[in-house]
Ligand binder design. Structure first.
Ligand SMILES: NC(=O)c1ccc[n+]([C@@H]2O[C@H](COP(=O)([O-])OP(=O)(O)OC[C@H]3O[C@@H](n4cnc5c(N)ncnc54)[C@H](O)[C@@H]3O)[C@@H](O)[C@H]2O)c1
Length: 254
């Protein structure tokens, strides 16, 4: 699909990977809708200042009404919906069990609250984003492309029970939808980034964990958010690509 003049919605579009995707798509002539719980106006101003076409909508992807309104907003504002990137995500890392070294008994468990927060945003949020985007695309009859943000952690990462489970679900949903929606000319793929230098990683991850991961990335550095944006642009561009999870990890394996 040629992205020029197409309408693209990006959730979590005000920061990190999502903002890089918005910038790249806008620079290629797309009409971009930035959806986020914070930073929307600033992101839209930046895109417009760089010569892009953009609009913003505050949207919590875990809330059904917000996501329904978001996709309708894209259609009402720009007259269509061609690309949806379900990118919004959070981390609430923690071990399943914390065991006291002396007593050897369980001192704490991963809370249901931490589990639920990540499932609500990273799994239910992607479900709602994809469902509402597909609904608009089918009703418009124009086909489209959906990109769901998974992660290398979908394989099961130490200390990330909630996040890994959600990201595995996301990769799986993309495959299921690619089968269901192909007849409507909608392609669906996921992206599994490795460790990317965004606020999520640089602020939320413990520095010692970050240093450990840097050492096991074959290319010797974190990925850049712009490199995940390039991966998204490739998925949009190539009409043969559907039903896969594209890894962009610098060669890293968990
Ligand atoms: N950074 C990495 O190394 C990495 C690796 C693999 C996957 N990912 C995934 O890429 C995506 C983007 O991550 P990032 O690194 O750019 O993080 P980030 O924290 O920089 O950006 C995430 C954005 O999502 C928004 N957001 C959070 N909760 C939301 C909600 N309920 N509704 C709408 N927006 C919400 C935040 O406000 C933020 O703007 C996430 O899904 C993340 O899991 C990141």
């Amino acid at each position: 699909m040629e992205i020029k003049d197409k309408v693209a919605v990006v959730t979590g579009g005000a920061s990190g990977i999502g903002l890089s995707i918005c910038k790249l798509f806008a620079s290629k002539g797309a009409k971009v809708v930035v959806a986020d719980i914070q930073g929307v106006d600033e992101a839209v101003e930046g895109l417009k200042a760089a010569g892009g076409t953009a609009a913003g909508k505050v949207c919590n992807v875990a809330k059904e009404d917000d996501v329904v309104a978001l996709m309708q907003f894209a259609v009402d504002t720009f007259g269509g919906l061609d690309v949806a990137v379900a990118n919004a995500g959070i981390l609430r890392d923690g071990l399943l069990l914390k065991v006291d070294r002396e007593t050897k008994k369980v001192a704490a468990t991963l809370t249901l609250d931490k589990w639920q927060q990540v499932i609500d945003v990273n799994l239910t949020g992607v479900f709602l984003t994809g469902r509402e985007a597909a609904k608009q695309m089918v009703n418009l009859g124009t086909g489209g492309v959906m990109i769901l943000m998974s992660s290398i952690s979908r394989e099961g990462n130490f200390g990330q029970t909630n996040y890994s489970a959600a990201k595995a679900g996301v990769a799986s949903m993309a495959v299921a939808w690619s089968k269901e929606l192909a007849r409507f000319k909608i392609r669906v793929n996921s992206i599994a980034p490795g460790f990317i230098g965004t606020p999520m990683v640089l602020k939320d991850m413990k520095p010692e964990a970050l240093e450990k991961f840097k050492k096991i990335i074959p290319i010797g550095r974190l990925g850049e958010p712009e490199e995940i944006a390039q991966t998204a642009a490739y998925i949009v561009d190539c009409d043969l690509v559907t039903g896969v999870c594209v890894e962009a990890t610098g060669g890293m394996r968990l």
